[in-house]
Design a protein around this ligand. Sequence first.
Ligand code: SF4
Length: 438
Amino acid sequence: MSKQEEKKLFIQTLGCQMNDTDSQHIIAELKEHKNYSTTDNMEEADLIIINTCSVREKPVSKLFSEIGQFNVKKKENAKIGVCGCTASHLGKDIMKRAPYVDFVLGARNISKIKDVVDKKGAVEIDIDYDDSTYQFAQSGHNLYKTSVNISIGCDKKCTFCIVPATRGDEISIPTEMIVEQVKKDVAKGAKEVTLLGQNVNSYGKRFSDKREKTSFTKLLQEVSKIEGLERIRFTSPHPLHMDDEFIEEFAKNPKISKCIHMPLQSGSTSILKAMKRGYSKEGFIKRAKKIREMVPDVRITTDIIVAFPGETEEDFQDTIDVIKEVKFDQIFNFKYSPRPNTEALELKDLEIPDDIGSKRLIDVIELHKEHQSELMDLNIGKTVTVLFDSLKPNGEVSGFTDNYCQVFVKGSDELLGKLVDVKITDATRTALKGDVVN
Ligand code: SF4
């Protein structure tokens, strides 16, 4: 068979880290099977893909304005594909609204990319499709960091979240496939891996080959045996599954980065119930305190949704209480927005006026800023170990501490990929500065 002519792919990714990994898979599959290489210039592309997110409202509206622009500016005969979560939930409607779109590929169907790319009008959005054992072509990554999916879908039914409707039920990727993938990336220079899933710490409950159940803790133990791998991160865990066994492993395993995401969503037990999160205000605080006690340098990050339907001022004050008690190192804040195919849509009559939601969001941001400054200043004078991964144009090199705080130092590319001790001399709310300790 003659070698296919090289074609150019322009891909735009919106949304979370799982979407980033899906885009890496799309790029690798199209390179391997269809001879596409990527370009940053949309106007020279033969194929334009927008990999979407529909967790928040904005990316959905952005999608249609963006593909409209692409259609006007694209090269003649260039194809347009829409992939990801919005593709899953809008399906054919995308083509009704934007008839120039060539194919639609849902978030649970990424492994079919090589089949749909040349099929005008293809729509593949089956949320029961199981590609948990599909061997994706090897993708590129930041030389020193890689990310690997450990599961697909999510079994939780959080009432505000569209993910179960776009990514389907949870299926774990076999442990040996994950370990193999990490080993390959380490052989190419990766020192750090991020294990990705919608709910990582429920890993091991269900596999497509009906094998015996396992646990996320066991997976962490297997991955940490990989020689040459220095650091393991994971996102997102669910506070409900942070059992003692998991916390102990997190605390004692030296390869696990001491930064943990604990998505609170709300501090009010009654709102948590309405969200179907499965834990209470007190239960969350107890877990967070236990983690802080067992891992004194831990950084705890979180997600908070304000103005969920029915959230009273008292409920909101519960959220403020938890923020004060736990003092999160980073908060990703959102004002509730109704999403299609979610249970919370039924609470329409209880929706909170926008001005109240905005005020609550500002209150969270302001309180968090105070905590961030206080917590980051505690680093000044300390010596920390940094894994350097990028060279900045201003002659600085940046990397991350073991508890995942960004650090900048003056230096050269000789630092890249190394774990180096740094004395911290200065701090902003989001990053540290320091000098390499010789
Ligand atoms: S755990 Fe809840 S918020 Fe997270 S992806 Fe699953 S349903 Fe959505």
